[in-house]
Design a protein around this ligand. Structure first.
Ligand code: ADP
Ligand code: AMP
Length: 214
């Protein structure tokens, strides 16, 4: 479980570990954006919340994750859980499958988040992210991997970002104490360069390179 505020670098690190060690990234943000662009019932219901920078209601997100996790293990869950009810539902789901989890808590300073988020460019098809300054693609606006177009997310505009950070502080930060008390967890310094953060995650999770950190 990757836990940290928007812009902490969770998606970036999830893709690196996916490419390098064969984990599968499950990003609830990417899933919701896919539902949204395909105009599914869930997507239509979620879009107003996403545009406003608010969390999508728990029951919708929990059902979506339960369906996605039906037959998988060795996953990096990125952006979920984000509330206490989501954390409880996730733990119950893992227990029913006899799976273990570890919370990787991205420690970051709020001062870097706005610059990271407002410079983010992503591939809507794959969820791969770049940064115009910190991790630019070889050709501006084009994904190095699949040549697809990169876009800026509407909810990465500064006014919506402020709302998203407030939602994080109010609803998601209590999960840090929750996992510190009840589960396996590690803290990772997410302030350094992308490669340094990857090294920190691998150092904290000794089994990560065997695809079985959890
Ligand atoms: P999250 O998934 O936590 O919202 P992302 O992985 O999408 O965050 O990263 C947010 C932005 O910051 C992206 O543009 C990404 O390229 C950039 N980024 C990620 N990690 C770092 C880092 N360690 N240093 C500088 N920029 C980073
Ligand atoms: P992200 O891509 O993780 O930044 O998420 C983008 C948006 O999707 C959030 O601002 C929420 O509106 C919604 N979202 C993603 N994951 C969750 C979640 N676990 N619970 C509720 N809303 C979510």
């Amino acid at each position: 479980m990757f836990l940290g505020p928007p812009g902490a670098g969770k998606g970036t690190q999830a893709k690196i570990l996916e490419d390098r060690f064969g984990y599968r990234q499950i990003s609830t943000g990417d899933m919701l954006r896919r539902h949204r662009s395909e105009k599914t019932a869930l997507g239509l219901e979620a879009q107003g919340y996403m545009d406003a920078g608010k969390l999508v209601p728990d029951d919708l997100v929990i059902r979506m994750v339960e369906a996605e996790l039906a037959n998988v293990e060795n996953v990096i869950v990125d952006g979920f859980p984000r509330t206490l009810p989501q954390a409880e539902a996730f733990e119950a789901l893992l227990a029913s499958k006899r799976l273990k989890s570890v919370a990787v808590i991205f420690d970051v300073d709020n001062s870097v988040l706005i610059e990271r988020i407002t410079g983010r460019w992503s591939n809507p098809r794959t969820g791969r992210v770049y940064h115009e300054k910190f991790n630019p693609p070889k050709v501006a606006g084009i994904d190095d991997e699949d040549g697809g177009p990169l876009v800026q997310r509407p909810d990465d505009a500064a006014d919506v970002v402020a709302k998203r950070l407030a939602e994080y502080d109010e609803k998601t930060t209590p999960l840090i104490a929750y996992f510190e008390k009840s589960g396996a967890f590690v803290h990772v310094n997410a302030l350094g360069a992308i490669a340094d953060v990857t090294r920190a995650i691998i150092a904290k999770l000794p089994d990560v390179d065997s695809g079985s950190a959890a």
